[in-house]
Ligand binder design. Sequence first.
Ligand SMILES: Cc1cc2nc3c(=O)[nH]c(=O)nc-3n(C[C@H](O)[C@H](O)[C@H](O)COP(=O)(O)OP(=O)(O)OC[C@H]3O[C@@H](n4cnc5c(N)ncnc54)[C@H](O)[C@@H]3O)c2cc1C
Length: 596
Amino acid sequence: MTTYSAPLRDMQFVMKDLADLDAVIELPGNAEATPDLVNAVLEEAAKLASEVLSPLNKPGDAKGARLGDSGVVAADGFAAAYQQFVSGGWNGLSGDPECGGQGLPELVLTATIEMWNAANMSFALCPLLTAGAMEALKHHGSPMLKESYLAKLVTGEWTGTMNLTEPQAGSDLSAVRTSAVPRGDHYRLHGQKIFITWGDHDMAENVVHLVLARTPDAPEGVRGISLFLVPKILVNADGTLGERNDVRCVSIEHKLGIHASPTCAMSFGDKEGAVGFLVGEENKGLAHMFTMMNEARQKVGIQGLGIAERAYQQARDYAKERVQGRPVGHKAGERVAIIHHPDVRRMLMSMKTQIEAMRAFAYVMAADMDFARKHPDPAERERRQARVNLLIPVLKAWCSELGVEIASTGVQVHGGMGYVEETGASQYLRDSRIAPIYEGTTGIQAADLVGRKLALDQGATMAGLVRDMRAVERNLEDGGHEELNAIREALATAIDALQLATRWVLETVNQNPQAAMAASVNYLMLVGYVCGGWQMARAALVCKRRFQSLEDHTFYRQKLATARFYADQIRPKVDALRKAVTSGASTAMMLSEEQF
Ligand SMILES: Cc1cc2nc3c(=O)[nH]c(=O)nc-3n(C[C@H](O)[C@H](O)[C@H](O)COP(=O)(O)OP(=O)(O)OC[C@H]3O[C@@H](n4cnc5c(N)ncnc54)[C@H](O)[C@@H]3O)c2cc1C
């Protein structure tokens, strides 16, 4: 089994040359983030990922977390690794310095999150949920709640959870039934939540639950949902830990993958009711939770990237070792490692290329998040935020779907050894499968893109994105350079397809919403592939500039090859998706329910 090794060269290239790290660290408040510090952070994170988290991945899968008499016991070695994670300051990397965080840019955080997920997706989920809780509290919590909870969440001494799902309320949160009754300065909660990631464990001394519930007179539906903070252990006025709250994990799920991440059924209020505190305003819970969900959705997209990279490294190493058959056209002579076979090359190249495209897309969006938060010009902040809002569903769904596809290709590269558990290839496929489901399924992301985000400004933000893509297309115009010409042509047709499909969606969503929704996932995937191609084309432009200097030619030659492969072999998927979108996916509704 391959130990994970962070692809630092590509990460640094993407951060510096595509996501404009130099401009990000110039933003107000980022003075600490010098280039040397950023490099040191990446190198130390890479070490923690490969030396501490990666070795726990397979044993964690085999044995998993378990429910003991006094709660969930994390998989062997996880508690010690978590302490190392916390004491190294990793949890607070981008957290508010006033609360003990280091205030580093989202871009740097994103690279570390890729590493944690590649090394050990189950482990990485715990800080991912804490980050969401921190965000919701920072934006909507009262001064008292912030004072009592935020600093401990930032350092990671306490962890956070997100309690939305109930048996009858999954994608449709309007059906949430958990009740919250006011009692003086707090509320008492009763109800059951299911599928709560890291809902209980013994890695930290307290778990801070953010819970959706209804107050007694709340209106029906989503307008009657409020957000509450419910600690596992109540906090005394002096900040010390007090009594155990009336909330517990009643069972943990047996599931396809991420066995070391406990997925808990939580019971609130078995006795007198769990003590909870309102976060933000009553009945605005879903809007407040969206602060947390957007963060989490971006990070689930990065999970897809991380797990794909891990699957790729495993497949690449296996393909270099496994000897089978002779080279094409040779009937006799030495047998060769399977990496010599063109079809295996195709698989490895499609994995590597799409990972590079996903990374570029994800990191550029992380930089957009930094600009949206800190750029001195309010108009630029607004522009960047609009782009982030538009593309978060694409990042979440496209990268998580590709994560599954790439992990599956990884199994295929191994042949039978991929299907059995020995090599670890199958674990990556099993682990990856959850990412297109939680934090809103791919269908829900696509509905958000088509039904809300795109329509919100009648496609104006998308038109801005297209303008930026066209500028790259123009910059690629360079008579005589074969690679760049091919990449430019591919980008041009991909942008045409994006414009056509976008026009169709905008025209159709009001006239025939069923047809638009039936086409929505194909449209979302199209946007993802075009964004990936746009970033690979930008990478090719950088390579061209670097060829004229004396820099690392091997890396740039390799990058140009993957950009060309993307243009030739991946981009055609855009044509097929454009056709599927604009030919009217309402055929999906042609059969009656009984005909299925
Ligand atoms: C391992 C794991 C960890 C999880 N962690 C958490 C957690 O920490 N906190 C938490 O609150 N929840 C968590 N969840 C729950 C998760 O977010 C939900 O499973 C997910 O949102 C889907 O809801 P559902 O399972 O009820 O599926 P359903 O909503 O029943 O969906 C079933 C299918 O119908 C489709 N569908 C449903 N409604 C629509 C619609 N309007 N338009 C188009 N398609 C639709 C879906 O796309 C899907 O394909 C977790 C789940 C798992 C399995």
